[in-house]
Design a protein around this ligand. Structure first.
Ligand SMILES: *Cc1c(COP(=O)(O)O)cnc(C)c1O
Length: 369
């Protein structure tokens, strides 16, 4: 791997392929992967990720919002794309780009049916999402009769799949609650299958669900974080490979004498003579101010360098007193050794948050290892 010469987010498509094959190997026969590539592919590069997964034979994609699906289509992605959280204002671009909206309430269902009929659509694919306990988005079981009559009265739309989403699939202490959600989903999907003359496909698991509840793999699983190399617990993560590595370089080294202060608000005072390195990476790149003042750290030549003083918009300073390094040396913020999970734990958050926070200013570099 070439050394970084500026701040880059390296995206390893070989690691992505490894994760895809590992997850597929864990699935029940006949269950396939719907790759979740929302939020720019969890902060990486959605189009590159989607095209690689498409080449690997992924069955479906899911994005959160319609615009994310439009990006994929413009990038040449041809696989079906489920839009998890569509809004009526985007129905036009959904149709124009062959995106498949999730229907989560009677209101959006009525609106979409009227829209699809107005556009002379026949059997336009939609996906029904049921709330089984997350209480975020989804029909209630009690909506079933209204849903059936809406579909009976329209040829404009067709139910392509039925799904739900778990609240705590990563938390084995919540196993009873999760099993309750899975039972509720099983009941709902049974009722739907009884009424329809065709069989929509079923899916209800995210990454941790795939690994913790194999009895519910159904026809498809919605896998996000696992494809990017994280499994919500150490044992799961050990089977996966982090896809992205955030790297930067040392722009400048300073020597501070005892009593000198560092950075904005003079938040740090040297207690002795120290050396610091200034790095071209700040909160505008996604490193929250919460990582400042010794909370977060980076790796330089294999050693830990704590972030010193406040995180600036475009820079951080790290202490390197005992580290053998020079200006221009490479710095690893997170990646395969010190992972995004480790990095995010410093501020009590999760890998999902730091990954999706890496801003578009950071250059993306595609590699294969
Ligand atoms: C984001 C999302 C997923 C993917 O979850 P991971 O934990 O990243 O695998 C699956 N389903 C829905 C509804 C989501 O919003």
């Amino acid at each position: 791997m070439p050394k970084a010469t500026q701040t880059i987010l390296e995206i390893d498509l070989t690691a992505l392929g490894h994760n895809y094959h590992y997850i597929q190997s864990q699935l029940k026969e006949n269950s396939r992967i719907m790759a979740v590539v929302k939020a720019f592919g969890y902060g990486s590069q959605d189009i590159v990720i989607a095209k690689e997964l498409e080449a690997l034979g992924v069955a479906y994609f899911a994005v959160a919002y319609a615009q994310e699906g439009v990006r994929l289509r413009q990038g040449g992605v041809q696989t079906p794309i489920l839009v998890l959280h569509p809004q009526a204002v985007n129905f036009d671009i959904i149709l124009d780009n062959c995106l498949e909206p999730c229907m989560y309430s009677l209101k959006i269902l009525e609106e979409f049916i009227a829209f699809a009929e107005g556009k002379k659509q026949k059997k336009y694919p939609v996906h029904l999402k049921f709330n089984t306990g997350l209480n975020r988005l989804g029909f209630a079981k009690g909506n079933l009769q209204d849903i059936f009559s809406a579909f009976a009265n329209s040829t404009g739309v067709k139910i392509c799949s039925v799904f739900s989403h778990l609240a705590a699939s990563e938390d084995l202490k919540e196993r009873a609650f999760t099993l309750h959600q899975l039972d509720a989903f099983a009941e709902i999907s049974q009722e739907i299958k009884k009424v329809l003359k065709y069989t929509p496909f079923l899916h209800t698991l995210n990454t941790s669900g795939i690994l913790n509840y194999p009895q519910a793999h159904y026809d498809m699983v919605r896998c996000g974080i696992g494809l990017y190399g994280y499994g919500n617990d150490a044992q799961q993560s050990s089977k996966l490979r982090p896809v992205v590595t955030l790297k930067t370089i040392i722009s400048q080294i300073h020597t501070l004498e005892k009593g000198d202060t560092l950075g904005y608000n003079r938040a740090f005072t040297a207690q002795k003579k120290i050396k610091t390195a200034t790095l071209p990476l700040g909160h505008a790149d996604g490193i929250s101010r919460a990582y400042g003042n010794g909370v977060g750290w980076v790796q330089i030549n294999g050693q830990k360098a704590p972030i010193c003083g406040n995180v600036c918009m475009d820079m951080i300073m790290v202490e390197i007193t005992d580290i053998d390094c020079k200006e221009g040396d490479q710095v690893i913020v997170f990646g395969e050794q010190a992972t995004a999970e480790d990095f995010s734990q410093a501020i009590d958050t999760i890998s999902y948050e730091i990954l999706t926070a890496i801003s578009q200013r950071v250059k993306r570099v595609i590699i294969r290892t």
